[in-house]
Design a protein around this ligand. Structure first.
Ligand code: ADP
Ligand code: ZN
Ligand code: ZN
Length: 742
């Protein structure tokens, strides 16, 4: 046997929190070439086995006999290569995370665990002989009859069935159980005719033309337009063009925006299978969608945050809908921002990237205003729809019942009388935010959590029977008597969605009152079913920001916003931006083509500049004001932040680590080349919530006026943090471009 020389070493990225690759030898007698990079391998690691990815090849430095062999090579060709592997390298560098963790974040769970890439084949359904004979026995006008008739003549694509009926899977199972129907594999590349959308108006046409003009080049674009202005129609037209050119398209939507209604719209319009990727899918389904795009079979994928890691071998377009949405930022592990990664990938792929929003993030808006992104604007609602009339309603000195003013109650009554729907928005779930003893001032607090200045109140739930901490999940029965004074005057203070629901149900006994918050609705499907049940019937929706977007509600004409005042005075520098976005989103829910909407904003601060600016100049005026303030104090997008978070059981351990970390950074800044301006370090500071679930939480905030200065310092810093002795006693993590400062 010919001896192999020179010996190749495989540098393997492993899913471990260590910023380096690990070296292994290939299996004995294997012939290694460049196509090995990007394949997965199973390797021994201590006494465990891990799955990693070959990130590069090399020659051994020490005696290769000390290296262990990989146990198995899991792929015959690279699973990750080219642009996607390159983008993951960028991700690891930018967020200062190990490449192995970036790869583990990118891969669907089953592929991360080492499973083979699943078969991807589209399926359809058709009636069997028995089914055709038995068809007349099915009840006329039933759903089962309708679907059976649909598949009587020829095989129908599962995608088409899904567009027709949400419950198609259950119906087909029933038919299959009676041997009436069978599932058959479809030939590759099956397409059905899409249905044409409305003729685009001039502003939409202009936006679509801009995307088409970019063609096969990187072109970042901000599509700004109020809810209902026809942004989705712009996406659909641009994607249709992309498909016609034989390219793939990726569409990111916020967690709550990915509704069956929305998928159905894409499916019927585009005429190709639409793959979905979101947290509600089983592992197998996620891997299936990923593999289908990887093979270039899938043409369009619509997904939430992690869908940004979808392979796009024939990329044509990336769309990020509601680009300002906070759900695009990952809050654990590798804390990436999917919108920012979308821009990096679009650039590497050489394709246009379309960021859409009614309320763009100040980051994207500033890029557009500075001319770095094309700024496409849809200034009016599409079709005949009118913008909602907004009224700021001063409730100072008014008697509120369950948080609602007499004007709000009257407006709701009038709305119901017209046979329409009202939405009452309150961003606090539960019955009441606080349980207070009227005799001695005691209030129920969580024993395991602390906010910046005082304890954390436990929220009253279950109509007053239960206390729940929204921060750590602690739950206990509400006491009958005050634990301090023994008095019985325990009163729930303030209003959550649950109490507002009770108030409305009492006041409007004949109306349907539907509450939507994390208490009633654990996942998207639940929300969809609830809203589908309500349909167009008159009724009242009460809910938190879960109701701010998603499912389209054509009969909704009144929006009452209750209790926004807390948001006006937050310490978080992003709070005004978030509040303005939320208010515009919620207000945008009301009113459709033939029915004008109105918005009633209850407040005790009617002249607050945020509200008055929003009211007179809309979001653009607010954004201009806010950008000027950020620029004055060099906050994002005019400065760059990173947050080093640490937590441990004892405050002293956290403080010691952060002090050591700060000293290490100061040493780096001191030694930096002459002229380099390092980041300034603020802290150690307690987190806005210094204790959660019994653990102390502190942080260091790094800020710099130039991004490269920040990143150069972080590059030098992270390896030192790993070496600190005090680091071993805490849990720490770095957040680059933090969105949430807690
Ligand atoms: P957005 O995504 O900005 O909220 P959509 O694209 O969903 O807006 O459009 C809102 C509504 O207006 C939809 O019902 C859509 O079918 C309709 N619409 C959009 N563009 C047009 C148009 N050019 N002519 C008529 N109706 C339109
Ligand atoms: Zn008391
Ligand atoms: Zn708690």
């Amino acid at each position: 046997m010919p001896s192999q020389s020179p010996v190749t070493v495989l540098h393997v990225a492993l899913p471990l929190p260590l910023p380096r690759a690990f070296d292994y030898l290939p299996p004995p007698a294997a012939r290694v070439d460049a196509t090995w990079v990007g394949r997965r391998v199973r390797v021994p690691f201590g006494s465990r086995e891990l799955v990693g990815l070959i990130e590069s090849l090399g020659v051994p430095e020490d005696s290769p006999t000390q290296l262990r062999h990989v146990l198995a090579v899991l792929d015959d060709e690279p699973l990750l290569h080219g642009e996607l592997l390159g983008s993951l390298r960028w991700l690891a560098r930018y967020y200062h995370a190990p490449l192995g963790e970036a790869i583990a974040t990118a891969l669907p769970a089953s592929l991360r665990a080492g499973d083979a890439l699943p078969e991807t084949c589209a399926y359809g359904w058709v009636l069997t002989e028995a089914g055709r004979t038995g068809l007349p026995s099915l009840r006329k006008h039933s759903r089962i009859r309708a679907l059976a008739e649909r598949i009587a003549a020829a095989v129908v694509d599962e995608d088409v069935l899904a567009a027709q009926c949400d419950d198609w899977r259950a119906v087909m199972r029933t038919l299959a159980k009676r041997d009436f129907a069978q599932r058959v594999a479809l030939p590759r590349g099956a397409m059905h005719a899409g249905i044409a959308g409305p003729a685009l108006n001039a502003a939409q046409r202009e936006a679509v033309d801009a995307v088409l003009a970019a063609g096969d080049r990187f072109a970042p674009m901000l599509l700004e337009g109020v809810t209902g202005s026809g942004k989705t129609e712009v996406y659909l037209a641009a994607i249709a063009d992309c498909l016609a050119r034989g390219k793939q398209a990726l569409v990111l939507v916020p967690e709550i925006g990915l509704t069956p209604q929305m998928l159905r719209r894409f499916r019927t319009r585009l005429g190709v299978p639409i793959h979905a990727l979101h947290s509600g899918l089983a592992d197998g389904e996620r891997a299936h969608a990923w593999a289908s795009m990887w093979r270039g079979e899938g043409r369009v994928l619509v997904g939430t945050r992690s869908a940004i890691f979808t392979p796009l071998p024939e990329a044509g377009l990336i769309v990020v809908d509601e680009e300002h949405d906070a759900s695009y930022k990952q809050h654990e592990g590798v804390r990436y921002h999917a919108r920012d990664l979308a821009l990096v990938r679009a650039k590497a792929l050489g394709v246009p990237v379309l960021l859409g929003s009614a309320t763009p993030s100040l980051e994207s808006l500033q890029h557009a205003l500075a001319g770095r992104y094309a700024h496409l604007q849809l200034r009016q609602r599409a079709g005949a729809a009118k913008p909602p009339g907004v009224r700021v309603h001063d409730v100072r000195g008014r008697t509120l019942v369950g948080g609602l003013s007499p004007d709000a109650i009257a407006a709701i009554a009038a709305c119901l009388a017209r046979g329409e729907q009202a939405l009452v928005f309150r961003n606090r779930r539960g019955y009441a935010p606080v349980l207070l003893c009227h005799d001695c001032g005691w209030s129920a607090r969580c024993a395991r959590c602390d906010a910046a200045t005082q304890g954390v109140a436990m929220t009253v739930h279950g109509g007053g029977r239960t206390l729940l901490c929204h921060h750590c999940g602690a739950r206990r029965a509400a006491p009958r008597a005050c634990p301090d004074c023994g008095g019985l005057a325990l009163v729930p203070q303030g209003n959550g969605t649950e109490r507002i629901e009770h108030t409305l149900a009492e006041r409007f006994p004949d109306a349907t009152v539907l509450r939507v918050d994390r208490g009633t609705t654990r996942h998207r499907d639940g929300l969809e079913k609830q809203l589908a049940r309500l349909g167009d019937a008159p009724g009242i929706l009460v809910g938190t920001q879960m109701l701010a977007k998603g499912h389209d509600l054509p009969n909704l004409t009144l929006v009452c916003v209750v209790g926004v005042d807390e948001g006006l005075f937050s310490a978080d520098f992003r709070a005004p931006e978030k509040l303005a976005q939320l208010l515009i989103q919620v207000a945008g829910r009301g009113g459709r083509a033939d029915k004008p909407g109105s918005v009633l904003l209850q407040t005790h601060h009617p002249v607050h500049p945020l509200l008055s600016t929003l009211l007179t100049g809309g979001y653009p005026a607010f954004a201009a004001l806010e950008l000027a303030q950020r620029e004055a104090v060099r906050l994002p997008p005019y400065g760059y932040l990173a947050l080093l978070r640490a937590e441990a059981a004892h405050e002293a351990l956290v403080q010691e680590f952060l002090r050591d970390a700060k000293a290490a950074m100061h040493a780096i800044v001191r030694n930096a080349e002459h002229g380099a301006v390092g980041p300034s370090v603020l802290g150690p500071l307690p987190a806005p919530m210094p204790r959660r679930a019994g653990r102390a939480r502190w942080q260091l905030q790094l800020s710099a006026t130039r991004r490269p200065a920040l990143h150069a310092a972080l590059d030098a810093w992270i390896p030192r943090l790993h070496e600190l002795k005090s680091a071993r006693k805490v849990r720490w993590s770095l957040d680059v471009d933090p969105v949430d400062l807690d």
